[in-house]
Structures are given as structure tokens and as C-alpha cells.
Design a protein around this ligand. Structure first.
Ligand SMILES: Cc1cc2nc3c(=O)[nH]c(=O)nc-3n(C[C@H](O)[C@H](O)[C@H](O)COP(=O)(O)OP(=O)(O)OC[C@H]3O[C@@H](n4cnc5c(N)ncnc54)[C@H](O)[C@@H]3O)c2cc1C
Length: 408
């Protein structure tokens, strides 16, 4: 093990990827998680090729196909008819063009694949961090149970309500988007009569959208709906909703979304929040990554993807500059902040694109989408900017091809 010791706060997808990367690089770390075990909510996740490239580098190339599903395309559909207005290819085209596939997965499967090989002596569950800081002897962490940890570098991978963030920059509350997301996972067998192909679906309606895709060996379907409600909802993944409440929002929609909601055992609801870009992610030997640094709305399905990219660039910045970790953290921030902050803004913009309700706006959006369909261009410029990013090249500074792309 190298001499530098990294403390990681939070074993979500971002913290787990960083821990696995440090372990594979033979670097010293301790991973502190408030929960009693590795856990991810029982929902789906989209993993675009920019994220899968990192998972490949972590040695998961053979593990991923065992639980991931490969959709053939993104299909943007009309809410009342189900007509596909825009189809952009995913598998196998994304792999051919960008060097890694586009996957859909069930989150618990992904977190299991990331964490099953972690050294248990380096993972500390039931450690709710209450305070962190730095003094002449390095960084320190205090936990609610009174235990303290010390190290050389501290990484806050502790999500949208990060405690570490308060030690890095001025406190700024999360921003309510005004939308909630309802979600559920269903057995594909219960809707087999609908004969839904294995694609990635985004159904756009007035102030309401419905996203769905297969997970778990295509035996299950994950759906999520973004809409508005009069009730006050929490930013919590465990808050339940009633089927009637969700169905009422989808009155008049085409059959597929309504059937999915009807066969769902228990829908959940979460208020959607993001955060304005922070002034900085770094204070001395303390850094933020993932949602702690750049929580974004889910419309481009990039929050975890950006967290995974962060983890790789951070790992490599620490590894390549092990004799000067504070400089490594600043390099990490310089390499990552612009891209992640742009995704915060693009994800906000997409909220409007998905939910247009004025007929003239809908018509001009759909006309633009149809033009893409007819064009020879297979991927949109935005997808190219997103999917072609290679975190290893970014870390080495050899990503001039990607940097030469028009900024999105
Ligand atoms: C509806 C919805 C759909 C989404 N879909 C996608 C998608 O398809 N693709 C995608 O890439 N992203 C998606 N995202 C975003 C994605 O879920 C997040 O960006 C991602 O999970 C962030 O990972 P993270 O590791 O940074 O943080 P988190 O997943 O929030 O992990 C933080 C960890 O830190 C722990 N923790 C927190 N505080 C403390 C503390 N004080 N002490 C100790 N431990 C602590 C938590 O228990 C948790 O384990 C979606 C988000 C939403 C809301």
C-alpha cells in the first residue's frame, strides 16, 4: 500500500467506484458509510458509455453483461399516441463508435458488482459522519458514535445533503425543481401482451414525462415519471405514493404508461432537487465528488455517470501526484468541474424540453426531433459530447479530440 491514506465518506456509487479504484491501484483508503450495509434503492439506472468506460477500466467488463440490459435505441415518444418522434441508436452503435456499451441496470446489482471485492477491513458501516476538518497532522473525521478517523486526504462522496460540503464551501440549500418523480419496478411478464421492445423510452407530455426501460436480465421494467403535484413531497427515496395518485396524472395518456402503473405493487415518490454549481469543490486536502459536488436533475440520466467519471479522474490525480495530494485535488477539480457544472444546466434545460405544453412549442420541438430522425447523423452533437468522454484520457491530459468538440 502507498503511504497516502484517503478517507472516503459515503459508499454510494461514486464512493464505491473510488474505493475500488484505490484498492486496485494498491493505495491506502478507509470507506465510511452511515448505512449498516452497501445498499442502493430498488430502482433502475442508465449507464452511458462514458461511465461504462470507467467500469471497464475497473475490471468489470465481464461482470456487467451478466446483469445489465442493452437497449437498441432511445425512443422519444408522444404522450397521447405513443408515436416515436425521435429514435437515436444505442446498442450496438454506441459500443462501435464510443468504445463502451450503453447499459440499463438494477441499482442493487451494480452496487454489488462494485463492492463485492472490497477489502472488508477498509469498509466501516454505521459511521454517520457529523464533522470533518484538517489540522497540522492531516484530515480528521468525527462520527455520530464518537469514533474518529484520520488520514491525508478526505473525499466527500456523501450525496446531495453532504456534510463534508460545509467544510469546503459556503452552505447553499438544495434547489427545489417544482417536480416530483414517481417510480416503480414491475415484472415484464405482467405486461408481456404489450410486446414492448428492449429500448430506452422517454414519453413527453404536457408538464409530465414517463421514462421506462428493462432491467434485471430484461425480466423487469423500471419506470419513472416526472410531474407536478399539489402535495408537499420530501426528497426521500422511501416515500410511497398511491397508484390512484399516479394514474390520475396520466389520464388521457396512451396505454403503455398507464398499464405499467396499474401493475406496480408499490409506487414511490421523491421531490426532485438539484444545486447551483459550487464555487469550489476543494479546501486544502478535502474534496467533494458526485452528488455532493454537483447534484443534478435526472433528465439526462447522468448523475451517477458524472460521479463515476469524477471517481476515476480523482483516483488518477491522486495516483499520479501522490507526493503532492493537495495539488492532485486541485488538478481533479480543474479537469472535472466545467463538464459536471454544464450537466447541471443541461439537465435543467431538458426539464423544459420534456414537458412543453404550448402547442406551438410542442410542434417546433417535434419538428426538430423529426429532422434529426431523417438526417444521416446518427447521434446528436449532445450525445457525442457526452458519450465520447474518456476519463482516463482526461486524467492524462490526452483528450484533445474530446476537447475539440463543440462545447454543449
Ligand atoms: C429519479 C432519479 C433517477 C436517476 N437516474 C439516473 C440514471 O439513470 N443514471 C445516472 O447516471 N444517474 C441517475 N440519477 C442520479 C444518481 O442517482 C445520483 O447522481 C447518484 O446516485 C449519486 O451518487 P453519489 O455516490 O454521488 O451519491 P449517493 O448515491 O447519494 O451516495 C451517498 C452515500 O453517502 C452516504 N452518506 C450520506 N451522508 C453521510 C454521512 N454523513 N456519513 C456517512 N455516510 C453518508 C449515503 O448513505 C450514501 O450511501 C437519478 C437520480 C434521480 C433522482
Amino acid at each position: 500500500m502507498g503511504a497516502m491514506k484517503t478517507l472516503i465518506i459515503g459508499a454510494g456509487i461514486g464512493g464505491s467506484v473510488l474505493a475500488l479504484g484505490l484498492q486496485r491501484a494498491g493505495m491506502d483508503f478507509q470507506l465510511l458509510e452511515q448505512a449498516e450495509a452497501f445498499k442502493e434503492i430498488g430502482a433502475g439506472i442508465q449507464l452511458s458509455s462514458n461511465a461504462v468506460k470507467v467500469l471497464d477500466r475497473l475490471g468489470l467488463t465481464d461482470a456487467l453483461p451478466k446483469f445489465c440490459v442493452e437497449p437498441d435505441a432511445h425512443k422519444f415518444q408522444d404522450w397521447s399516441t405513443g408515436e416515436t418522434i425521435l429514435r437515436t441508436p444505442l446498442c450496438p452503435d454506441v459500443l462501435d463508435v464510443f468504445g463502451a456499451p450503453y447499459y440499463h441496470a438494477h441499482r442493487p446489482d451494480l452496487i454489488a458488482a462494485l463492492t463485492e471485492g472490497l477489502d472488508p477491513d477498509r469498509v466501516h458501516f454505521g459511521k454517520r459522519v457529523t464533522e470533518v476538518g484538517e489540522d497540522g497532522d492531516g484530515v480528521w473525521v468525527k462520527c455520530a458514535d464518537g469514533e474518529e478517523f484520520r488520514g491525508d486526504v478526505l473525499i466527500g462522496a456523501d450525496g446531495i445533503h453532504s456534510v463534508v460540503r460545509d467544510s469546503v464551501c459556503q452552505h447553499a440549500p438544495a434547489r427545489r425543481s417544482g417536480y416530483v418523480t414517481w417510480r416503480g419496478v414491475i415484472d415484464a411478464a405482467d405486461v408481456a401482451d404489450l410486446d414492448v421492445p428492449i429500448s430506452s423510452y422517454i414519453v413527453m407530455g404536457p408538464k409530465l414525462s414517463f421514462v421506462f426501460y428493462y432491467v434485471g436480465g430484461a425480466k423487469r421494467i423500471n419506470w419513472l415519471a416526472m410531474g407536478q403535484t399539489d402535495d408537499e413531497k420530501k426528497e426521500s427515496w422511501s416515500q410511497t405514493a398511491t397508484k390512484d395518485e399516479v394514474l390520475a396524472a396520466f389520464d388521457g395518456w396512451y396505454e403503455v404508461p398507464r398499464r405499467f402503473i396499474e401493475v406496480t405493487d408499490q409506487p414511490f415518490v421523491t421531490a426532485l432537487h438539484d444545486r447551483d454549481p459550487l464555487e469550489t469543490w476543494i479546501n486544502g486536502h478535502i474534496a467533494l465528488m458526485g452528488d455532493a459536488a454537483h447534484a443534478m436533475l435526472p433528465y439526462h440520466a447522468q448523475g451517477a455517470g458524472q460521479s463515476i467519471e469524477d471517481a476515476w479522474v480523482l483516483l488518477r490525480s491522486l495516483e499520479l501526484g501522490a507526493d503532492a495530494p493537495a495539488k492532485g485535488l486541485r488538478r481533479f477539480e480543474a479537469l472535472r468541474k466545467d463538464r459536471a457544472d454544464r450537466m447541471i444546466q443541461h439537465s435543467r434545460d431538458a426539464e423544459r424540453w420534456y414537458h412543453m405544453s404550448e402547442p406551438a412549442d410542442v410542434e417546433s420541438r417535434n419538428a426538430r426531433f423529426r429532422r434529426y430522425n431523417e438526417d444521416a447523423a446518427k447521434f446528436t452533437p449532445q450525445q457525442i459530447w457526452l458519450y465520447s468522454y474518456d476519463a482516463e484520457q482526461a486524467a492524462l491530459g490526452t483528450d484533445e479530440d474530446w476537447r475539440a468538440l463543440p462545447a454543449w
